[in-house]
Design a protein around this ligand. Structure first.
Ligand SMILES: [Zn+2]
Length: 212
């Protein structure tokens, strides 16, 4: 559905300084919490309803963040393209970088010298942590743009610095998509993905409130 004017406030959506309609996931979020059924909102008229909803959740911010951390991994991050049977929209590139602590090179050489020693276990753990952080970041970016999966993800490891002050940098980039038929996910994942979207909207609304 395309509109020339915002269905809620009537503001023009064409032209240089015009408003834009907000994401469908945000429209659904506003309608759900304010028990309305408005077709769409624009960047201008969505501010007030979002602020109103944020007030309802503000006090639970810590719990919302905690829960989101527990379930965010349900958003798939795949290195392959999307499965052929999936019906989806491409949202765009998402990318993230993390750097591990110092002294990485020393540990890395240790793990080559002693392949099964404790050094390699510590290094592996650092890499795993850095990789997990990147994946979480990709997932958050994806959900904030209305997506629910990341495909064609590429991961790069590089060293920065020299000598014993080396750090490991992990870079990850993928394509955020919105899978249109939620039946492609398992029943359990479906509910969790909806919950992730809801919690992300809540946190975004609260963050906007803090800025205002
Ligand atoms: Zn509007």
């Amino acid at each position: 559905m395309t509109y020339d004017n915002c269905p809620n406030c009537g503001k023009s959506l064409n032209g240089f300084l015009s408003a834009d309609l907000i994401l469908q996931s945000k429209i659904d979020f506003i309608n759900k919490h304010l028990k309305q059924e408005i077709a769409a909102y624009c960047t201008s008229c969505s501010k007030q309803p979002l602020a109103k909803i944020a007030q309802m959740f503000k006090a639970q911010k810590a719990e919302i963040e905690k829960r989101l951390k527990q379930i965010i991994h349900t958003i798939p991050v795949m290195s392959s393209p999307a499965p052929v049977k999936w019906d989806y929209e491409v949202i765009g590139l998402v990318n993230a970088q993390t750097t591990s602590g110092t002294g990485f090179a020393t540990e890395l050489s240790q793990s080559f010298n002693d392949l099964f020693g404790s050094g390699s276990a510590a290094t592996n753990k650092k890499i795993a942590n850095a990789t997990d952080k990147c994946k979480t970041e990709l997932r958050i970016q994806c959900v904030r743009q209305g997506g629910n999966a990341i495909i064609s993800t590429d991961i790069d490891f590089s060293e920065i610095g020299s000598g014993s002050s080396n750090m490991l940098m992990v870079c990850m980039a993928g394509t955020a998509i919105r899978v249109l038929d939620m039946e492609n996910f398992s029943a359990k994942s479906r509910d969790t993905i909806l919950e992730i979207t809801e919690l992300t909207e809540q946190l975004e609304a609260i963050a906007e409130l803090a800025k205002a």
